[in-house]
Design a protein around this ligand. Structure first.
Ligand code: DC
Length: 215
């Protein structure tokens, strides 16, 4: 197959992570979860003890952090932090940290470098991948789903109270979609797939069809 970048954007609970991982596996492309970068950056700032309200302080902490993603996990300064970045503290603060333009600049560079160093082809999931990180990507997907469906999926995934999940999703959706820099939006040229009434396999097949149509 020719070099191909597949971008997968959309809000939480649409199945982005599981779908993009499966698509990467089936196409033998490397997979990059950019949300994990923002989560690791948030953990770096928390661990550094900086004021999370200060963009400059957070940027300094993120600037000296060694963040990397490999198939066996997400690493911060050499430590596998895959579980910790999914915890409450990081989840509470990640929207704020990811809204800082200087932080985004550092992480977007890291994401582009990651794809380059993995051969130039990849399935990349996030919020701004088709619009900002790889606007020239060959295949752009935007996954969406009804808020109630998304909350139910998240609750099932993490065993949380669905009401708390709805509140948290709404809070993060609003923050992520209204921030000044790179808000969550449908990238130009993206194919929208509403996953509300589709099975996991149906979504995967649809994405694979779009990739096949490109190559
Ligand atoms: O996909 P996730 O829930 O792990 O993402 C964590 C946070 O990071 C989410 O609140 C939005 C932010 N994010 C972002 O701003 N840009 C990306 N490309 C990926 C995630």
């Amino acid at each position: 197959m020719r070099d191909v970048i597949v971008t997968m954007d959309g809000p939480s609970g649409t199945g982005k992570s599981t779908v993009s991982r499966e698509v990467a596996k089936r196409t033998h492309l490397p997979h990059l979860d950019t949300g994990a970068y923002y989560r690791a950056a948030t953990l770096a700032a928390i661990r550094a003890g900086v004021d999370l309200e200060s963009e400059d302080e957070v940027t300094r902490a993120v600037g000296v952090a060694d963040i990397n993603e490999e198939h066996d996990g997400v690493f911060l300064d050499g430590e596998n932090v895959s579980s910790e970045i999914r915890g409450g503290a990081v989840t509470t603060h990640v929207s704020r940290v990811s809204a800082y333009p200087q932080v985004r600049e550092i992480l977007v560079d890291m994401q582009r470098e990651w794809v380059k160093s993995h051969g130039g082809s990849a399935v990349v999931e996030g919020r701004d991948i088709g619009s900002v990180v790889f606007p020239e990507a060959e295949v752009k997907i935007y996954l969406d789903a009804d808020p109630s469906v998304r909350a139910r999926r998240r609750a099932l995934q993490f065993g949380d109270d669905p009401d708390d999940v709805v509140a948290d999703l709404e809070r993060r959706d609003t923050f992520d979609s209204t921030r000044a820099v790179s808000p969550l939006s449908i990238p130009e040229g993206a194919v929208i797939i509403d996953t509300s009434a589709l099975t996991f396999n149906q979504v995967v097949e649809r994405v694979l069809d779009l990739i096949a149509a490109h190559s």
